[in-house]
Write a protein that binds this ligand. Sequence first.
Ligand SMILES: Cc1ncc(COP(=O)(O)O)c(C=O)c1O
Length: 250
Amino acid sequence: MMQGVESEESFVGDLYQRFPVTISKGKGCKVWDTNNKEYLDCMGGYGVALVGHCNDRVIQAITTQAQELITCHMSVYNNVRLNFLEKFSKIAPINLQKTFFTNSGTESVEAGLKFSRKFTGKPGVLALNGGYHGKTFGSLSVTYNEKYRKSFLPLLDNIQFIPYSESNTISEIVTKTNNKIGTVIVEPIQGETGIIMPPPDFLRDIRNICNENGLVLIFDEIQSGLGRTGKMWAGQHGYYYAPTRFSEGY
Ligand SMILES: Cc1ncc(COP(=O)(O)O)c(C=O)c1O
């Protein structure tokens, strides 16, 4: 079997800037390379490994399920999924009780944008300077950084970016664009751009402005993740969501 850095490069496109290490195993917050050198994993797959590597309960759950049933489309019912949905609804905000399953962050953003478009009937989206939402066409259209966008222009029409500090321009833009804007998408904490917190009250102001103008507000918490910021949802800092059934005592 071929091994190592050069060998893998011969099979994949040159799309990622990579470190020349071959990681072979992990436990908790540590990973080891093929020479058994130990590293502290400060990346966790950009937050995917929420409970670390090879957590015993996660291993057990995956193993048990893989031995029972490997996939189950939404066109039929499944009691394991129901069990998950019941538990998930308890940590979800009380007014956001419906779940839509996706396989990645960018797909979640696509879904959010499409649900909002269907609901409002309006094509326009306001996004934030510095925001990152993924690399498929819709989510790339609301991602700010030129280096990701420039090879794929033109992206979606009717997208505007505003500073990650100035909520007061939102109503003005909505009026100027003849009410074409139906959606605002924001990371409660910007991840890719460098873990940037918005000014105090910024999220609350955006929430209120969206309510006043009938705009759908999407909080992209893909990277801030579940529980990573000290609350279950990053948007809960300052109560920008309705409470959850488990609001107290996280
Ligand atoms: C805030 C945010 N949204 C969306 C995404 C896209 O997620 P994925 O890479 O799973 O498509 C990311 C990825 O880092 C992200 O940080």
